[in-house]
Ligand binder design. Sequence first.
Ligand code: ADP
Ligand code: G6P
Length: 492
Amino acid sequence: GERLDFRASKQRLLVVANRLPVSAVRHGEDSWQLEMSVGGLVTALLGVKEFDTRWIGWAGVNVPDEIGQKALAKALDEKLMQRCIPVFLDEEVVHQYYNGYCNNILWPLFHYIGLPQEDRLATTRSFQSQFDAYKKANQLFADVVNEHYEEGDVVWCHDYHLMFLPKCLKERNSKMKVGWFLHTPFPSSEIHRMLPSRLELLRSVLAADLVGFHTYDYARHFVSACTRILGLEGTPEGVEDQGKLTRIAAFPVGIDSERFIKALELPEVQDHMKVLKQRFAGRKVMLGVDRLDMIKGIPQKILAFEKFLEENPNWCNKVVLLQIAVPTRTDVPEYQKLTSQVHEIVGRINGRFGSLTAVPIHHLDRSLDFHELCALYAVTDVALVTSLRDGMNLVSYEYVACQESKKGVLILSEFAGAAQSLGAGAILVNPWNVTEVASSIGYALNMPADEREKRHHHNFKHVISHTAQEWAATFVSELNVTIVEAQLRTRQ
Ligand code: ADP
Ligand code: G6P
């Protein structure tokens, strides 16, 4: 039938995500410093401009007293174009919900890492209390949504932190338009069924009107979890439960490509580029930009680089790997272990292949500001994305957006959602196969200009035409249509 287009008017959109685009860091009593948050979810949602948006999320800091909470809420409201509304969670909830259930259980499971191996019994025992905290946190998010909801608003819930939210919202107001989008992979139903809380989570997500994923595979996995685990009926449109249809579809995210392309013209970015070019003159530069997360395959990437150096001694003084790895979720033990593991490997390789004047790997444990990041993307010869699993991976998009003049090569894991969109231009690799990644590094470094140009052109076209703006507009428009159709169905 005819598609309804709701894009013309500025619709009010309530975005609900665990993370706000800025996170507060305490600076003395009732004073905070607001720092930009890092991650694909924030990058994508910051690109969404055509709605009248309120963004509801965790403040990122513990503020026990009401006066402090009011002061922080005010500071957040004034900070950005998209108005931010904080949800306050106390330390114990954060520990059990964010560090525990979200990032020690759901995150590794959805990325096929499995449930925590060490301390298996302790995990099993604490499972229920962490799930209770998860539900409690989701209820707190629902409270804040309710407080700010106005009739006609669209409520868009995001990611694995808030799988319980659609149900909480619909229970309070069945007329609310609720969408839910997952920024990670949704795993095979055989993996999902390991979760003790598998039923409740699926049922709650199905309370939404529209459920979205980055790729068709993730959507398909979700539908088969509903059919196999809940015994529901899957239709081409989604999943049906006692006459209620939940639409399920793929909405691949993108970036605000123009923001990156325009930034390259800024004098401060040009200055950074100049400095970097001088610093690494005469050498090829490979780049890795990741949160320091086990899903990013950072140890695998570095070991592949080592193998490349081992097999190609003539390259040793002519290539350098810059790995920018911002620490993330540092209270979760798995992440602490990863940090020391990566440091150890980098130290060993630099000791082995370094000279008095140069080392092959520069590893930074920090985030870069937007201008430095753009400059790095623009001047480097090869980007290395070796995720073991990754919902989409926007770093690969950002690299492509900044490479119009240099036409650098993207080496991309086939386990990143982005492999489905940038696959034809990138060199796809299996990050577990160190030999394959090492030889891809050689191939990329030696690639002739015409092949680089062709590959880049292919990816660039995709990145500038599949933007974050387009992603959000499509999702919200689809959500509106779904609701109109459901109303027509019930009237029939
Ligand atoms: P994820 O969402 O798992 O972190 P993505 O690749 O989709 O992975 O998104 C990461 C986002 O965070 C990108 O926008 C990227 O620019 C940003 N980012 C990641 N690491 C850094 C870093 N070290 N410094 C600055 N920004 C970073
Ligand atoms: C991924 C998740 C996001 C999350 C981000 C950063 O992109 O999908 O939901 O915000 O990582 O992680 P953090 O735990 O710092 O929010």
